[in-house]
Design a protein around this ligand. Structure first.
Ligand code: NAD
Length: 497
């Protein structure tokens, strides 16, 4: 193993495992392999889960005040050092540094929410539920929980889950994306510095073999997954079959509905930010603008004008948008432009072959705008996950809502209008989990929960907020009677008073 190999993090230390298998990690702005990541074999998977399992009893019984103190310390260290983490994210994912810092801040919000754990896991108590009988409930941790994360948010998505899981007394095995695995190791080192006991936070680097290990091992009690819809469905079904709690967040295809009374300058700015931020590699990116006529032509003009000012390049320089994560992904995203042409759509701005402020070998694709996309085209029906924004023209609000509701996904959506009544109706009628009203990327704050509907979420539980607390704890309810001299008598029925 060379110093450029990304290891596991097991028992509070870097661990290169016993495997010969590795995968490349690229710097997408340079278009060059810069590291290799180890891909766990069965022995490595066993070691990681066994270590988390062994750490559970002591962590579970560590006082809540001590757990909270470690959380506060982790939060302070993260806040002080987030610049380092942002550089790691940019070097492996490609997103621009300011966006990487934004990602970390959103994850940090969940750490801050988890610092309130004493209040969040408080139980309840009813005195004299029946004469002399008290009933009370407590919330206890589950044990080892697995977190499996995607490439697009290597810091934020794991932080949607592990702060709450750890604060609640669980131990966590994180399986990051093999495309950008270094952030997870950095977070492991930060936990150690914050005083977290060894084995409470583990990073297992790997591919399907590691995921299957977590899904089938009886010592793992819950799985939080985020990734594409087919894998989310597989993870949900396999985990559930093995008796685990599973929350599996899947892919997305988010629409922005623009009513004729909307402020078109605000809409154009929002479409640019939400369509091309992070090169469109966000599950809450806007992929389709649904324009209620007659706004489409003037909106396209405003969007196109703004697209001309975007600087694409190396995220370490002052650019607006970076490269895509791998060459293979860039080529797949670019292939949708040919599909659009074949399907009769109008490619208004073609992002292929743009000039960049960066290395010529980077995985570049410029912002692309496609008008009159047929709703039968794969450009409309499939998740593209790149800087390709489609325009679909409709005649009425009802036609727009019906189109959005007919989609397979239900992650996020937005309406742009100055009519409060229309917005209120939209919020009631739309079949999507997270709604923006004149807000293009409606990611809920940490004390609310994140999750979509339909093919965007498998399982009953969203991420963070009270859903997160409930997901990582199980309720135990006690009914107790302490005898006093007046007790007695046989009673075969349910007590009634
Ligand atoms: P992905 O599904 O390819 O990978 C996600 C995780 O699953 C990774 O850790 C990967 O190693 C693992 N994996 C890949 N193939 C597997 C297999 N065959 N069996 C078991 N595990 C496997 O997703 P990605 O490309 O890393 O991320 C992009 C996707 O994630 C997009 O679809 C995006 O919409 C989705 N996403 C969704 C949300 C959300 O909140 N709904 C958030 C972020 C990303």
């Amino acid at each position: 193993m060379t110093k450029n190999t990304v290891p596991h993090w097991i028992n509070g230390a870097r661990d290169h495992g016993t495997t010969d298998r590795t995968a490349p990690v690229y710097d997408p702005a340079l278009g060059k392999e810069t590291k290799r990541v180890v891909l766990a074999n069965q022995a490595d998977i066993e070691k990681a889960i066994a270590s988390a399992h062994a750490a559970f009893p002591e962590w579970r019984d560590t006082s809540i005040a001590r757990r909270q103190a470690i959380l506060f310390s982790f939060r302070e260290l993260l806040n002080a050092k987030k610049g380092e983490l942002a550089e790691i994210l940019t070097s492996e994912h490609g997103k621009v540094l300011s966006d990487a810092l934004g990602e970390i801040s959103r994850g940090q919000e969940v750490v801050e929410f988890a610092c309130g754990i004493p209040h969040l896991v408080k139980g309840s108590y009813t005195e004299n539920a029946s004469t002399g009988v008290d009933v009370y409930s407590i919330r206890q941790p589950l044990g080892v929980v697995g977190v499996i994360s995607p490439f697009n948010f290597p810091a934020m998505v794991p932080m949607w889950f592990f702060p709450i899981a750890i604060a609640a007394g669980n131990t966590v095995v994180l399986k990051p994306s093999e495309k950008d695995p270094s952030a997870a190791i950095w977070l492991g080192e930060l936990w150690k510095e914050a005083g977290l006991p060894d084995g409470v936070f583990t990073v297992l680097n790997g591919d399907k073999e590691s995921v299957d290990g977590l899904l089938t091992d009886p010592r793992v009690h819950a799985i939080s997954f985020v990734g594409s819809t087919p894998i989310a469905q597989y993870v949900y079904e396999t985990g559930a079959k093995h008796g685990k709690r599973v929350q599996a967040l899947g892919g997305a295809k988010n629409h922005m509905l623009v009513l004729p009374d909307a402020d078109l300058d605000l809409v154009a700015d929002s479409a640019i930010n939400a369509g091309f931020g992070s090169a469109g590699e966000r599950c809450m990116a806007i992929s389709v603008v649904v324009a209620v006529e007659p706004v489409a032509d003037s909106l396209i003009e405003k969007i196109t004008e703004r697209m001309r000012s975007l600087v694409i390049g190396d995220g370490r320089r002052s650019c607006d948008m970076g490269p895509l994560v791998t060459e293979q992904h860039r080529d797949k995203v670019a292939s949708y432009i040919d599909i659009a042409i074949a399907d009769g759509a109008d490619v208004v701005v073609d992002g292929r072959g743009i000039e960049v402020d960066g290395d010529a070998n980077g995985f570049w694709l410029g912002p692309t705008l496609i008008d009159k996309v047929p709703t039968t085209s794969k450009v409309y029906t499939e998740e593209i996950f790149g800087p390709v924004l489609s325009i679909v023209r409709v005649k009425t609000y009802d036609e727009g809502v019906a189109l959005i509701n007919a989609g397979a996904f239900g992650n996020g959506t937005a309406i742009f209008t100055n009519d409060g009544g229309a917005a209120r109706r939209f919020q009631n009628e739309i079949q999507v989990g997270m709604i923006g009203i004149n807000v293009p990327i409606p990611v809920p704050v940490a004390y609310y929960s994140f999750g979509g509907w339909k093919a965007s979420l498998f399982g009953d539980s969203k991420a963070h907020g009270m859903y997160g607390v409930n997901f990582y704890t199980q309720e135990k309810t006690m009914t107790s009677r302490w005898l006093d001299p007046s007790h007695g008598g046989i009673n075969l029925g349910f007590p009634q008073n």
